[in-house]
Design a protein around this ligand. Structure first.
Ligand SMILES: [Zn+2]
Length: 249
């Protein structure tokens, strides 16, 4: 083949050894090559500061809300590009339906590639966004506390939100956080999914069973506290995560 143009995502160091390479062609017609390198692991001497911690509560309409009330945004690429995709898909199905165009015609294949290209574009943008946010958090914090979630039940939680839930890739986000924190000698602490993070008043500790109703977006407690549902949950996740961390460490 000779030399070919390529986009290289990470520059290997001079002491890395190539072990294998896998070439694949995706449905959009583009070629991808994934290269496996081997190198000696350098022991990271970093000692995590356990007071530099953050708690994240999953949010179906964003990505997460942290204990300070900040929202981690997950751009709705799928929705933004939805019109474009729908248009391309309608055109494709019209081609499939008409007798003039056999399913294997050049125009049909061209259009199919176009649809697949939009799909891939959306997937890449989403992945980039998740990488960007998880890297920022892993750089900034030494301990990240999250709720371990059952992704399948989440898709049904608060019906009507299923699409947003499946779209925002929270599970992928958590696995990125896990390895990025581990690379830096830092901690990802998973709090049990049974821990009632949204029902406990983080201020006085009293239990609010009414918060099981997802429609209630604010907690009002007899102790005088009024706090957003998500921020309160994130604070509880942070406190519980830190408690678990001191238990094992
Ligand atoms: Zn209270």
């Amino acid at each position: 083949m000779g030399n070919i143009k390529a986009v290289i995502h990470r520059i290997p160091a001079s002491n890395w050894i190539i072990k294998s390479a896998t070439v694949s062609q995706e449905s959009d017609g583009k070629y991808y090559i994934s290269i496996l390198f081997e190198f000696a692991d350098v022991v990271n001497p970093y000692v995590a500061d356990k007071t530099n911690a953050i708690g994240l509560d999953y949010a179906s309409d964003g990505l997460y809300v942290d204990n300070n009330g900040n929202v981690g945004t997950n751009h709705k690429y799928y929705r933004e590009s939805h019109d474009k995709l729908a248009k391309a898909q309608r055109r494709l199905s019209r081609m499939q339906g008409s007798k003039k165009h056999e399913t294997k015609s050049n125009n049909y294949i061209k259009q199919l590639r176009k649809v697949n290209k939009i799909h891939r574009h959306i997937a890449n943008q989403r992945l980039d966004n998740l990488h960007k946010i998880s890297t920022e958090i892993a750089n900034q914090y030494d301990v990240v506390c999250v709720e371990s979630l059952n992704m399948r039940s989440m898709a049904n939680r608060g019906f009507g939100n299923g699409k947003a839930t499946l779209d925002n890739g929270y599970g992928m986000f958590l696995s990125m956080l896990e390895y990025k924190l581990s690379d830096r000698n830092k901690y990802l602490v998973k709090v049990s999914k049974w821990f009632p993070s949204s029902q406990i008043c983080h201020c006085c500790g009293s239990l609010h069973p009414e918060m099981k109703n997802l429609q209630i977006r604010k907690m009002t407690c007899d102790c005088g506290l009024t706090v957003s549902r998500d921020q309160n949950a994130a604070i509880n996740i942070l406190n519980e995560g830190l408690r678990l961390l001191t238990e094992v460490a």
